[in-house]
Design a protein around this ligand. Structure first.
Ligand code: MLT
Length: 249
């Protein structure tokens, strides 16, 4: 069964969760791994991220779209094009907590963005994962659905085989109503917030479709945090990581 949770409140037990926060957390994580960070530790709060700070680590994140004063980097995919350390610790309002929450209910958690749409579809299709119970989890904004997340969920579902829930059909209809990722990302409420904060470059950056081969996979969890690496680095080659390979601590 293919399903979509339009907000993290709809998270449920499933075999594979694909977490989406197009603007901007899953785009930033995907870009960070492509840029050379070996891992990204997603933290469920700003304080948790501070606890995770350590050697060879950069601290990134936002509160109301603004970098906390003592952090090194914003939650910006553009900033993530440069690699400053081995490990990136990321705390964001909606995306990072949604990733941590998904690890409590799914043994396999992948992250998707427009940047790695084709790569994520490739992984889902190449395995028998579409035959399993797959839920695309939209991070939303402040507990409400976000148009850009539902759009990407719809794009994913439209290209995957098998039975699907009404929520998946709704997301597909939304995706079909937009001519391009750029158009969809530009018209949501969070895009307006980012524009008002002077962050419009991030919107255009996040709308670039299938430009990265990275597929972020959660490989470990600790209290309130989830460690993400590129699936290829976790497996040696794409196609080798069974869901059971995901470590839990
Ligand atoms: C979030 O997780 O809420 C976001 O990625 C917000 C943002 O930084 O645009």
């Amino acid at each position: 069964m293919l399903d979509v949770a339009l907000t993290p409140a709809g998270l449920r037990r499933c075999d594979v969760a694909v977490v989406v926060d197009v603007l901007r957390a899953t785009s930033t994580i995907t870009q960070a791994l492509a840029s050379g960070y070996r891992s990204v530790q997603c933290a469920d709060s700003i304080d948790r991220a501070r606890e995770l700070r350590g050697a060879d680590c950069a601290l990134a994140g936002e509160q109301r779209c603004v970098k906390p004063q003592d952090f090194d980097l914003d939650n910006s995919p553009v900033e993530a094009t440069r690699c400053y350390a081995d490990r990136l610790v990321l705390a964001t309002t909606n995306g990072a907590p949604a990733i941590v929450a998904a690890t409590r209910l799914a043994p396999t958690v992948l992250l998707a963005s427009v940047l790695n749409l084709r790569a994520v579809l490739g992984v889902l299709r190449d395995r028998d994962w579409p035959e399993r119970d797959v839920q695309v989890v939209c991070s939303g904004t402040g507990g409400a659905p976000a148009l850009e997340d539902a759009y990407l969920a719809g794009r994913l579902c439209a290209r995957l085989p098998g039975p699907r829930s009404d929520a998946a059909r709704l997301a597909q209809a939304l995706a079909a109503a937009h001519p391009s990722a750029g158009a969809a990302l530009a018209c949501g409420a969070h895009a307006a917030t980012l524009r008002a904060a002077g962050l419009e470059d991030d919107i255009a950056f996040c709308a670039r479709e299938s430009v990265l081969d990275v597929v972020p996979l959660v490989v470990a969890t600790t209290a309130g945090a989830a460690t993400v690496v590129d699936l290829r680095a976790a497996a040696g080659t794409v196609g080798d990581v069974p869901p059971s390979a995901v470590a839990r601590t």
